[in-house]
Design a protein around this ligand. Structure first.
Ligand code: HEM
Length: 468
């Protein structure tokens, strides 16, 4: 709990593992591991290894409804199954590609903004913020066919993004002492005080989600919702969620809210963070940027937005995304689980039932014997230098998307967004980082980043013939 407010808990944990070994007790009942070989033991695909109360602290508090459960933060395995099973098919690799037209709509908006605001006059832009605006507006568009307006206005509309940072800063230390969270944050009295002084991020997002659901139900009922139309190529998540809930009496009426909320909370900042990491690393290591640019050029891609099917199998692009996920995971405290009856043994240490155990992706992803002595550094080539089996093994050692039964549901959607954005930026703009020292990272469970400033110019070939 004392490490977390320093905002460098990932670095302290890394030091602890260097000092004390691969299995370290970091709290009265909490054990951290750093070796990727442990992943299948602590995160199996079967039931029976539940999430700890860490996740309860991440639930937003709602008056009347208590703390809102979402797929991501639910700890009861039965409720998790009830919530996840109906929607899992929507997140399959094939279904993920159905959202591509919605991503293209938002890319068009980004293109217009970058061209008019920055490419024309060489003004310095906060690339990190624009990438974040993009990630949020894409998730809004995919979820309710609505942009929040971050890209259109070029700013954090309504302070929603900064309130997320505030929410995470106050929630993150509580993840380490869930009982204190119940006393200090998750009850009517504490909530009344908070309401008087400020509106929390979770509530402002919940308000947005609640309004969007009401509007959607109304427009589906009166037939004015075009994206809810079964033949539409731009069908959003919410239309699919409402359809699912209405088709089965067993799905509770609150499920679409929980599903929608999961998308917004789990799938916006995380994607934005990975996009920023990849852009930061590419711009900081121009040899890798050139290599990627050449790969994209020789792939003869559609402009201005390459199609996902053209990008899916480009090896260096894929290696850059894998390396970005490895080196800078968006969530960077240990993913806690509770050891079941009978206990488990990890790297020669027996952990009895009830012990909380977890690995931080930041630390696990930098394990030197597993990823190489240069694991601290950005080197996309590590993914390509041996055969496919080696690449698959490395992939299984990266904990960025979680693992096993509670692995990220939106991974394929997130990768689709990233694979669309990075080539779009690199092919259309010549981008230079302004000062890499300004790039700062803060760990408040989300690994927030600031200070990615850049200048960009439209590449001549994309101006002369945008159809190329
Ligand atoms: C590309 C960036 C993303 C990263 C790095 C990421 C990471 C994660 C991680 C680490 C977990 C599990 C954490 C744990 O064990 O506690 C998770 C779960 C989840 N993610 Fe993602 N995520 C990303 C994108 C998305 C997107 C785009 C969506 C939605 C469209 C999404 C939806 C979810 C959901 C619903 C869960 C809960 C799954 C369950 O508990 O069964 N994520 N994500």
């Amino acid at each position: 709990m004392l490490w977390v407010p320093t905002k460098r808990a990932h670095l302290i944990l890394q030091e602890m593992h260097e000092k004390y070994g691969e299995v370290v007790r970091i709290g009265p009942n909490m054990v951290s591991f750093c070796n990727p070989e442990v992943i299948p033991i602590v995160y199996p695909t079967r039931q029976g290894f539940p999430k700890s109360d860490f996740y309860a602290t991440l639930r937003p508090y709602t008056r009347g409804g208590g703390a809102l459960q979402a797929v991501f933060n639910v700890t009861d395995e039965k409720v998790h199954k009830q919530l996840k099973s109906p929607i899992a098919p929507i997140f399959s690799p094939t279904s993920a590609t159905l959202f591509e037209p919605l991503v293209d709509d938002v890319l068009q908006c980004l293109l217009n903004q970058l061209d008019t605001r920055f490419a024309a006059n060489g003004e310095v832009l906060n690339l990190g913020a624009w990438v974040q605006f993009f990630a949020f507006d894409v998730m809004g568009t995919m979820t309710f066919s609505k942009r929040y307006g971050f890209l259109d206005n070029g700013r954090d509309v309504g302070g929603m993004l900064s309130t997320i940072v505030d929410f995470m800063r106050s929630a993150a230390p509580m993840t380490q002492v869930p009982w204190l969270d119940r006393i200090m944050r998750k009850n009517l009295i504490a909530d009344t005080f908070r309401q008087i002084f400020n509106q929390t991020a979770s509530l402002s997002i919940l308000g947005f989600v609640g309004d969007a659901i009401k509007e959607k139900r109304a427009s589906l009922a009166n037939g004015t919702d075009k994206v809810g139309d079964k033949t539409s190529t731009k069908k959003d998540f919410l239309s699919r969620y409402i359809e699912l809930q209405e088709s089965s009496a067993e799905i509770p009426h609150w499920a679409p809210t929980a599903w929608t909320f999961s998308n917004v909370i789990a799938g916006s900042d995380s994607v934005g963070s990975l996009m920023r990491t990849i852009m930061f690393c590419l711009l900081s290591y121009p040899n890798t940027l050139d290599k990627l640019y050449n790969e994209l050029l020789s792939a003869n891609l559609s402009r201005p937005f390459p199609a996902y099917k053209e990008l899916r199998n480009l090896p260096y692009l894929d290696a850059c995304i894998q390396e970005g996920s490895r080196i800078h995971p968006p969530f960077a405290l240990p993913f806690e689980r509770v050891v079941p009856e009978g206990g488990i043994t990890i790297i020669g240490h027996f952990l009895p039932a009830g012990t909380v155990v977890g690995g931080s992706p930041y630390v696990v992803n930098r394990h030197k014997s597993f990823f190489g002595q240069d694991a601290e550094f950005w080197r996309p080539e590590r993914w390509l230098e041996k055969d496919d089996a080696h690449k698959r093994r490395l992939e299984q050692g990266v904990l960025t998307f979680g693992a096993g039964r509670r692995v990220c549901l939106g991974k394929h959607i997130g990768i689709l967004e990233i694979k669309k954005l990075i080539p779009f930026l690199i092919l259309n703009y010549d981008i230079r980082i302004i000062d890499r020292e300004k790039f700062q990272v803060e760990n408040s469970w989300f690994l927030f980043q600031t200070g990615l400033y850049a200048q960009l110019q439209k590449r001549p070939e994309s101006v002369i013939n945008p159809q190329l």
